[in-house]
Design a protein. Structure first.
Length: 352
């Protein structure tokens, strides 16, 4: 997928470029800056001194030297001072300036740290929001593989409101079912709910007329007259629903948007979309199928129908599925925000 959140040390990323949270002056700072300089070797500081000072929000580029990356993009991030000195604007500029340089130097892949979220004191949830917003906006217009690397998960933090809301939804729709699946146990409230369902089911069953044995017979003539015999496989196959690829292309046409608008919004790269378009029998992974459902802004029922054409379903016995359902019910089609939540809950990301 073009944008991934990964847990890794940025100095070990095998990308064309890595982004460094640098001091405005050519000195070695702490945190990410120190780690990158240590791995790259002393030549990196010499190259940085030739460039000189960097204005806040701007970025410069040097070779990567002993790093796995070809380039290091150094960006001068703002120190958080309560948000009253344009810190948000400057941090957004760090991402935009860095991405512009990566594009200028024809980088196909770049790895970012969560800029300014460490020693610079930027609120982690806000730093994450800005990072995702700027990276996703760039990818809507450009082709590049971008990683947001998180070395320590403590550096990754959702907004408190979103985290609590998703956690509550998971508790209501997932925990009890997993307790039943794994331990054969349910909470007291869930036991009462299940008893009510059972009683309602029995009451309904009491009014269902049971046919007499004499009335249950095999009617060969009726079967022969039926428009579709259970043995008429050819006709049944002819009436199969459209497959995933055909349905996807029809839905894109219905939106009136370009293919690229949809696959970029789905966090899917152009090469994979080309395979889907040219292969009517293409079978995507579940995250890919769901990614297109979000890009098309399908509702919950439409999403269930759409992914079923690739052989998938949504279940309350899967935390991944419950989180996806939460976003669909709330009509939040921001795929990158969904991936933030999935990452926070140790679930696979959406896209391809």
């Amino acid at each position: 997928m073009p944008f991934e959140i990964v847990r890794n040390d940025i100095v070990n990323m095998h990308t064309d470029a890595v982004v460094n949270t640098a001091s405005p002056n050519p000195v070695i700072g702490s945190g990410v800056d120190s780690a990158i300089h240590k791995k790259a070797g002393h030549k990196l500081l010499a190259a940085r001194k030739k460039i000189g000072a960097i204005a806040l929000g701007e970025a410069v580029i040097t070779p990567g030297f002993d790093l796995s990356a070809k380039y290091v993009i150094h960006t001068a991030a703002p120190v958080w001072e309560g948000g009253k000195r344009g810190e948000e604007r400057l941090l957004a500029s760090c991402y935009r300036s860095s991405l512009a340089l990566a594009k200028e130097y024809k980088c196909e892949s770049v790895a970012f740290p969560l800029i300014a979220a460490g020693n610079y004191g930027f609120p982690k949830a806000l730093a994450l929001q800005i990072a995702v917003r700027e990276i996703s906006a760039f990818l809507l217009e450009n082709e590049m593989q971008i990683y947001l690397t998180v070395f320590d998960k403590k550096a990754f933090e959702l907004s408190e409101k979103l985290f609590k809301s998703v956690s509550s939804y998971i508790d209501e729709n997932y925990v009890d079912i997993k307790e039943l699946d794994e331990y054969g146990l349910l909470s007291e409230a869930s036991i009462l709910k299940e008893r009510r369902k059972l009683v309602e089911g029995l009451n309904k069953a009491a009014f269902v007329p049971v046919p007499k044995a004499a009335e249950i017979r095999y009617d060969k003539a009726a079967e022969a007259a039926a428009p579709e015999s259970i043995n008429d496989w050819g006709r049944l196959l002819d009436k199969l629903d459209a497959g995933f690829s055909e349905t996807l292309l029809r839905l894109i046409d219905k939106t009136g948007k370009k293919d690229s608008d949809i696959y970029k919004k789905a966090n899917v790269d152009r090469k994979l979309f080309s395979k889907i378009r040219n292969n009517p029998d293409y079978k995507p992974s579940k995250p890919t199928a769901l990614a297109f459902a979000f890009a098309l802004e399908l509702n919950l029922d439409e999403t269930k129908d759409f992914i079923s054409r690739a052989g998938f379903a949504l279940s309350h016995s899967s935390k991944f599925d419950v989180i996806v359902e939460y976003f669909l019910i709330n009509k939040n089609y921001n795929l990158f925000e969904l991936n933030e939540v999935l990452f926070a809950f140790d679930q696979p990301l959406i896209g391809a």
